[in-house]
Design a protein around this ligand. Structure first.
Ligand code: ASP
Length: 363
């Protein structure tokens, strides 16, 4: 019954998986050489896999929630999209196989270091990272700040698991490879593509829990779009990125602990005390409105500042720039989760509030 069902989905990744008799096997680091003949005319693209829904499997073609994230290994994803072999020489590597909510600072460092290592080689022209949608914006922004190359780095993901009817993963992966190998993608900072759209890591965010059109660049727009196998770029990100930032992770073994504390009616101060007691070196406040601190939040912030913890005011609103206020660092237009990423990296080079503010203003 199950086999019959899979046969009906002849065009989907699920069908490819089922028909090839796939049994999920995940190793910490699997190198997969493309089965195609390497062509000197095609760009060499390394796909680094981290898990997520794009590698997720459910028990039926209509299961789009409650499936198993990160179940398929990178070789299966690559084999399922043979069309990629017509546009690039592909290699695959499994970095981790996790739901993206489990991407830790250590995984970020491992991924960033591996990308810099690969891009330093003349044999690699671009990188694609497959990732879960929930935190892809955080990883993308981290890489946007630490990758030291102009070569394209493109993250992609999927809202529907690989076994779903009309799974979005295969085409998103194809488009990511197309972008990573395209001359016009160079020097634009780290890119994210889903749904035929090209976004800059600085502005893209997940705006919906389940629909396939979940990613928006609120206020700032997409960088471009992909039509009929060709990227069209219309905008540039104004902020500095990649080679334009001072963050060098090559020697960093551990990133500082930075926590996010939400602001809301009747919020207590003890979240600040807990963060400080547990070793936070930085706190981002996801405050209401224009980064407005309630009197309780202000008490908490003052407590943290007194203990030498760096505090950044951000906003929970979802769009807009937090206006500067004397005596506080503000996150510019970075949402709290991206403000956390920048603060972790900032604290690896300085704890001077003015310098940290200048990072928020520039990156
Ligand atoms: N929870 C999944 C993840 O972020 C969601 C997804 O990939 O769409 O890994």
């Amino acid at each position: 019954m199950k086999k019959f069902f899979h046969c009906l989905m002849a065009l989907s990744l699920a069908a490819t998986v089922a028909l090839s008799g796939f049994t999920p096997s995940i190793s910490a680091q699997t190198n997969v050489d493309a089965k195609n003949q390497q062509s000197e005319e095609l760009p060499n693209i390394a796909i680094l896999a981290t898990g997520g829904t794009i590698a997720g499997t459910g028990s039926s073609s209509t299961q789009t929630t409650g499936y198993k994230s990160g179940d398929l290994a990178i070789d299966t994803l690559i084999e399922a999209v043979p069309e990629m072999n017509e546009i690039a020489n592909i290699s695959g590597e499994q970095i981790v196989s996790v739901d993206s909510t489990d991407i830790s600072n250590d995984i970020l460092l491992k991924l960033g270091k591996r990308i810099n290592e690969l891009l330093a080689s003349d044999d690699v022209d671009g990188i694609v990272i497959t990732h879960g949608t929930d935190t892809v914006e955080e990883t993308a922004y981290f890489l946007n700040l630490v990758v030291k190359s102009d070569k394209p780095v493109v993250l992609t993901a999927a809202m529907r698991p690989a076994t779903a009817m009309s799974a979005d993963g295969p085409f998103n992966l194809y488009n990511a490879v197309l972008l990573a190998g395209h001359e016009s993608s160079k020097g634009k900072g780290v890119l994210v593509t889903l749904n035929d759209r090209i976004s800059g890591a600085r502005h893209i965010t997940k705006t919906n829990t389940t629909v396939t059109d979940a990613f928006k660049s609120v206020e700032n727009g997409y960088l471009g779009t992909i039509v009929a196998g060709k990227p069209y770029y219309y905008n540039k990100v104004a902020q500095l990125h990649t080679t334009g930032t001072p963050f060098n992770i090559s020697k960093i073994e551990k990133l500082p602990q930075v926590d996010i504390i939400y602001g809301y009616q009747n919020n207590p101060t003890y979240m600040y005390e807990a963060a400080v007691e547990n070793g936070a070196e930085g706190i981002v406040v996801a405050a209401p409105g224009d980064g407005t601190l309630s009197s309780k939040s202000l008490q908490g912030v003052e407590y943290a500042l007194d203990k030498g913890v760096t505090v950044v005011r951000s906003s929970r609103v979802g769009s807009g720039t937090v206006s500067p206020k004397e005596g506080f660092i503000t996150s510019d237009s970075l949402n709290p989760q991206k403000a956390r990423i920048l603060l972790m990296l900032a604290l690896t080079v300085t704890d001077d509030p003015e310098e940290i503010q200048s990072f928020y203003n520039q990156y």
